[in-house]
Design a binder for this molecule. Structure first.
Ligand SMILES: *Cc1c(COP(=O)(O)O)cnc(C)c1O
Length: 378
């Protein structure tokens, strides 16, 4: 059983075929259509497709003017791209600890880490669950900071009814195959700010501004565009988004019921602010359970699983550059060690859910009985 299988049907092929027939494959009308669909869906004024969420995050920070001397407050428990792009711009990522129920940025820890050099807050909507945005936005306002939402895993996630990626200054989405909808590789930036929108557009395509037939190059920009072939795939995927979310939420509910009795396993928490879309079904294990061994044991039963994600402060790159030591951010450190992502994808059937729950119960029971034996011996 795989961790995730992207969902596609004839619509992706139909849309891609239209692009192939035009003979124009780079950024074009399908990308524009995809951008309009996403902007309308989340309620943002502007949306700009990019080659990935990593390039979206990099471009968003560059457009905001982040550079040497600046600090960006990053949720510590995330995929490394979130913090890498800060380093690439010559700025300093200041890691912020998380809350262990939602795996998202702890607003109290955020407040403590703000300095006169702080420029942007970068919360992550982890695994399809929104960060607690009201206090984060309030802190940003009080300190005059921009907010870039890493909504890589959270297209369609809501916070008190508002869409993730459309609450802060900017939002960044991913269409990697592990995410809710996919174009193979791809990303998107949203914003309501027209000046920022202009800068994002300029920097996305080499820094060139059109003047008559040609361009004038005002900045050392990037090529972070999305191909129209992938834009076409995005259009077909957007049509399925509501259905995919409904399906994932229903499957997560079924898994929750089947796993409620398994000791030592904290199931994903539905936050008070609602709107969890279960991009991934991420559990947190008691310290009595050996996560890495569970991944191996599940694999032996043909069930794929993996860690939740990474603690930035535990990675050699950030320890070397910024002096972090393992465990400095205790909640993120614990989540990095003890989180376990289980399979959840729309094609799952009843028997898959049964097999998964039974498999998990079995490996947990085996570890716990072994643990008790070890206690008896000591
Ligand atoms: C997947 C992911 C990214 C990177 O997305 P890509 O589209 O693969 O570049 C960034 N942040 C988070 C939280 C992610 O999960």
């Amino acid at each position: 059983m795989r961790l995730n299988i992207p969902y596609t049907d004839h619509r992706e092929l139909e849309e891609i075929a239209k692009v192939l027939q035009t003979g124009y494959f780079t950024q074009g009308p399908k990308v524009v259509e995809f951008e309009k669909m996403l902007a309308a869906y989340v309620g943002a004024r502007y949306a700009f497709a990019t080659s990935s969420c990593t390039t979206a995050l990099h471009l968003a920070l560059a457009a905001w003017g982040v550079g040497p001397g600046d600090e960006v407050l990053v949720a510590d428990f995330t995929f490394p791209a979130t913090a890498n792009v800060v380093v690439q711009l010559g700025a300093v990522p200041v890691m912020v600890d998380i809350c262990l129920d939602t795996f998202t940025m702890d607003p109290a820890d955020l407040e403590r880490r703000i300095t006169p050099r702080s420029k942007v807050i970068l919360p992550v909507h982890a695994f399809g669950c929104s960060a607690d945005m009201d206090p984060i936005l309030e802190i940003a306002k009080r300190h005059n900071l921009a907010v870039l939402e890493d909504a890589a895993c959270a297209i369609g996630t809501t916070y008190k009814g508002r869409f993730c990626g459309a609450m802060g200054t900017m939002g960044a989405y991913s269409f990697h195959p592990r995410k809710v909808i996919t174009t193979g590789e791809g990303g998107m930036i949203t914003t309501d700010d027209s000046d920022l929108a202009e800068r994002i557009q300029l920097l996305r395509s080499h820094g060139g501004k059109r003047t008559g037939y040609w361009f004038e190059y005002e900045e050392a920009g990037y090529n972070y565009r999305l191909s129209d072939i992938l834009g076409a795939m995005g259009v077909a995927q957007m049509e399925k988004l509501d259905w995919l979310i409904e399906r994932k939420r229903a499957l997560a509910g079924e898994l929750r019921q089947r796993m409620a009795h398994i000791p030592g396993v904290q199931l994903p928490v539905e936050p008070a602010w609602g709107g969890h879309i279960y991009q991934s079904f991420v559990t947190l294990l008691d310290d009595s359970l050996d996560r890495d061994r569970m991944v191996a044991d599940l694999r032996a039963m043909d069930i794929e699983s993996t860690l939740g994600t990474y603690a930035m402060h535990d990675q050699p790159i950030f320890q070397r550059l910024f002096g972090y030591r393992s465990g400095d951010l205790p909640n993120s450190h614990r989540a990095f060690r003890q989180s376990l992502t289980l399979p959840l994808y729309p094609q799952m059937e009843e028997r898959d859910l049964d097999q998964l729950a039974a498999g998990l119960a079995q490996v947990v029971a085996a570890q716990r009985s072994k643990g008790r034996k070890n206690e008896d011996l000591s």
